[in-house]
Design a protein around this ligand. Structure first.
Ligand SMILES: Nc1ncnc2c1ncn2[C@@H]1O[C@H](COP(=O)(O)OP(=O)(O)O)[C@@H](O)[C@H]1O
Ligand SMILES: [Mg+2]
Length: 146
């Protein structure tokens, strides 16, 4: 990964604000991976991102559905949580490879737990790493994966 920028947030509101601002610069055909421990703030990042895309859809963790779609913004937002999957083959059986074909992607994709489906996301994408620091502080690192 090649770092583009990093920022430290002090609470969940700040994390959501970073994501909201980033989303304002994004259009269709962009894939983001979100890397970080349980409770790091990946889903809160998506909440802010969805708001920044102009959607007021309710963001929930798609742990059991694997994917949620949020409409009402600039473009559809596909929110994946690969937590329950354990290989790229499992994701492919569910038909998810089509979301990682940038030429045909009509929206934006955000993927929690991409490491569980290693090898699935071969298209260029932006990686967001969220590291837990002391208390409610988090380091958010944004980089290129090409
Ligand atoms: N700086 C911060 N950024 C994001 N979440 C934070 C922060 N500080 C505390 N939190 C808390 O951490 C938890 C993050 O949960 P969630 O977004 O579901 O994490 P993940 O999806 O990475 O498992 C929430 O309870 C949130 O309130
Ligand atoms: Mg989550």
């Amino acid at each position: 990964m090649e770092e583009i920028f990093s920022v430290i947030t002090k609470n969940e509101e700040e994390t959501m604000l970073v994501a909201e601002k980033l989303a304002k610069t994004v259009g269709k055909g962009v894939v983001f991976t979100l890397v970080g421990d349980l409770g790091a703030g990946k889903t809160h990042f998506v909440k802010g991102f969805v708001k920044g895309m102009g959607s007021n859809a309710l963001v929930t963790s798609p742990t059991f559905t694997i994917m949620n779609v949020y409409e009402g913004g600039k473009v559809p937002i596909y929110h994946f949580d690969m937590y329950r999957l354990s290989s790229k083959e499992e994701a492919e059986e569910l038909g998810f490879n089509e979301y990682f074909d940038l030429k045909h992607l009509d929206g934006v994709v955000l993927v929690e737990w991409p490491e569980n489906v290693s090898g699935l996301i071969t298209c260029p994408h932006i990686e967001i790493i969220i590291e837990k620091l002391d208390g409610d502080s988090r380091k958010i690192i944004v980089g290129n994966e090409v």
